[in-house]
Structure formats: structure tokens, C-alpha cells
Ligand binder design. Structure first.
Ligand SMILES: Nc1nc2c(ncn2[C@@H]2O[C@H](COP(=O)(O)OP(=O)(O)OP(=O)(O)O)[C@@H](O)[C@H]2O)c(=O)[nH]1
Ligand SMILES: [Mg+2]
Length: 322
């Protein structure tokens, strides 16, 4: 359910460096030279200034920011890009640090590689479904016809976006995903510097920067592109931010936290974070009529603090209690 981004780019453009900068994982940046390739998977926290302010009003002992899963694949071979089909958006890292670099031309190459990966994917799927369709299954035969038409469209040099008809959902194409270019270098985002700063304590890292972290900007752009909103939950133990696509209901928000919460959903109390901070406490916000009781269809807004009331599931014996 967490938002997920994939990093693409030409070999040596700085994908793993960006991955390290985003996740603080400290994976060795090493140009991929064949062998057994495996993706790096990590989690990038989403910095949100509102969270500590909510935590301080509620008196939460700690804060847990929302997180984005980040997948970094070595090189840019079509075969390896399959690991990116489930992500919500792609970030294209472009070399802007070498003197001979040409980020604009590289972006076109990356787009072409994504297109080739999608074409290969459709072709492989067509081969497989064609074999299965020999059994005479009507639905499979329809899929074969559809894939043949799609492959012809791609082989004519067209993009998937330009394909008028709806795509088989299981195709998970790469070229229809949001693609955010990041120029890696002093003129754009200096990923190498950011990766080094990611290993420092945040306050110390900030003293090396002029303004806000350029990486926070990348995460913010992903958020905006995907029309993502954040909501908060907070008690004495923890204040936490969560991210969701906008247009979700209170019930869907509950499901993002825990399935038990969605299954036993009764209602939720909602107060906007700014109303909470201005009134100084939940009780005062409630007294001023700023806290509302909402049902499961309530459309969650960016910055809402939700307290979800739910009936916990019946205990299923000792093993399920913790
Ligand atoms: N000077 C400079 N060097 C960088 C920068 N970003 C990456 N590098 C260097 O470029 C080399 C390749 O960086 P990686 O992050 O491993 O590139 P990659 O895209 O993951 O490479 P592959 O996984 O092989 O495709 C490393 O030696 C990095 O230190 C940068 O912003 N400035
Ligand atoms: Mg790499």
C-alpha cells in the first residue's frame, strides 16, 4: 500500500547514489558489470514539518514519518526493468556531473529503453498466452487478439499512451507511469553530495546545505505528481504520518493503518492539523467545534488528524495475542 518509486537511468548515471541519498542505506555505488544483478530496495522517509508540531500538541513520545519504498535496479537492461512494473512512479537519473554529459539526450535514451522493455514484455506475454490459448479458451483467445493488436501498435513506433483502447491490467506497463527526470550534478541535484550527507545526523547535514534538501524536493514532486495526500494519527506513544492517493475515504485510510481497523470501523474523529495546533489541544479544538465525527465515506483531506474508533476482532486464542 505504501507509495513506491523506481529509479531508472543509464549505466553509471548515479541511480544507486540517488538510492543511497534517499534511503541512507549506504549501498556501495558500483557500476554494474554483469553477474547476478539484484535490485536495491529501501525506504525513504517523507519529511513533513507538520508532524513534529502535531506530536508536540498531542504529547507523542516519538514521530514516524510517512515512507516511500524505493527500488534501484542495476544498469538499464530491459530484462531488469521487470522489477519496476509495480511501482507508482519512475525517477530518471541523468548524468549532469561529467563534463561530456548530455542529460537531455540521455532522457530520450531512457524513454526509448522503457519503450523497448514494454514491447518485449508484451511480446513475451503474447507468446505465453498464445500457448495457453491452444486449449481453446475463449477469454484467452480474446487476450491473444488484444496483445497482437497492441504489439503491432508498439512495433509501428507508437507509445502506449497513444493506444486508444484499454490495456490488460496485468500488463503493468512502464511507459505509462509518471517519469520524473532528475539532473544529477551541481546544476541539478548533487546526488553524490546528498548521499554523503545522508550518512550524517540531519542537523549536521543541514549545516552543509544552503536551503532545504534537494531530495526532499524530489519526494515532494513525486507526491504532487501522484496527487498524494498525507494524514496523521497521534497518541501519547507516537505521532505518525501516512500517505495515500487523494480522493480516499476514511475507511481506506483505516485500511492503510491496519486491516482490523477497517473491518471493525465504527467512526472517526477528524481535526485538521492546523486547527489542532492553533487551538493548542484536542480538547480545545473539540470545544471550538473544530473536531468532527465522520463516517467511513468521509473523504480524507491532506493534513487531517484522524482518530479511528473501531471494534477489535474477537480474540482467536493465545497465539494471535501479543
Ligand atoms: N562527481 C560525481 N560523481 C557521481 C555523482 N553521482 C554518481 N557519481 C559517481 O558515478 C559512479 C556511478 O554511480 P552509481 O550511483 O553507481 O550509478 P548507477 O546508475 O547506479 O550505475 P549502474 O547501477 O551500474 O547502472 C560512481 O562512481 C559514483 O560515485 C555525482 O553527482 N557527481
Ligand atoms: Mg547502481
Amino acid at each position: 500500500m505504501a507509495l513506491e518509486i523506481g529509479i531508472v537511468g543509464l549505466r553509471g548515471s548515479g541511480k544507486t547514489t540517488l538510492f543511497n541519498a534517499l534511503t541512507g542505506a549506504g549501498v556501495e555505488a558500483q557500476t554494474y558489470l554483469g553477474g547476478a544483478p539484484k535490485p536495491n530496495v529501501g525506504v525513504a522517509p517523507v519529511v513533513d514539518d507538520r508532524l513534529p508540531r502535531v506530536a508536540s500538541v498531542v504529547g507523542s513520545a516519538r514521530t514516524t514519518p510517512a515512507a516511500i519504498r524505493v527500488v534501484d535496479i542495476p544498469g538499464s537492461d530491459a530484462a531488469l526493468m521487470g522489477g519496476l512494473r509495480q511501482v507508482d512512479a519512475l525517477v530518471a537519473v541523468l548524468d549532469a556531473f561529467n563534463t561530456s554529459s548530455d542529460p537531455q539526450a540521455d532522457l530520450e535514451t531512457v524513454k526509448l529503453e522503457l519503450l523497448v522493455a514494454d514491447r518485449d514484455h508484451v511480446e513475451r506475454r503474447l507468446e505465453r498466452v498464445s500457448r495457453q490459448a491452444k486449449s481453446g479458451d475463449a477469454a484467452l483467445r480474446r487476450d491473444v487478439a488484444e496483445l497482437q493488436q497492441l504489439l503491432a501498435h508498439l512495433e509501428a513506433g507508437n507509445t502506449l499512451e497513444a493506444y486508444g483502447e484499454s490495456l490488460l491490467p496485468e500488463l503493468q506497463p512502464l511507459t505509462t507511469k509518471t517519469l520524473l527526470p532528475v539532473a544529477n550534478g551541481p546544476s541539478g541535484i548533487d546526488c553524490k553530495l546528498e548521499a554523503e550527507l545522508a550518512e550524517l545526523d540531519p542537523a549536521e547535514a543541514a549545516s552543509f546545505r544552503e536551503g532545504p534538501s534537494a531530495l526532499e524536493e524530489v519526494v515532494r514532486r513525486v507526491f504532487d505528481e501522484l496527487a498524494t495526500i498525507s494524514f496523521f494519527t497521534a497518541n501519547e506513544r507516537e505521532a505518525r504520518a501516512w500517505n495515500l492517493r487523494s480522493g480516499v475515504t476514511a475507511l481506506q485510510a483505516a485500511a492503510a493503518i491496519h486491516t482490523d481497523m477497517a473491518q471493525g470501523f465504527i467512526r472517526c474523529e477528524v481535526v485538521h492539523w492546523s486547527d489542532l495546533v492553533e487551538s493548542g489541544s484536542r480538547a480545545e479544538a473539540a470545544r471550538q467545534g473544530l473536531q468532527r465525527l465522520e463516517g467511513k465515506d468521509y473523504p480524507v483531506e491532506d493534513g487531517d488528524l484522524l482518530s479511528i474508533r473501531f471494534s477489535p476482532p474477537a480474540p482467536r486464542g493465545r497465539s494471535s495475542s501479543s
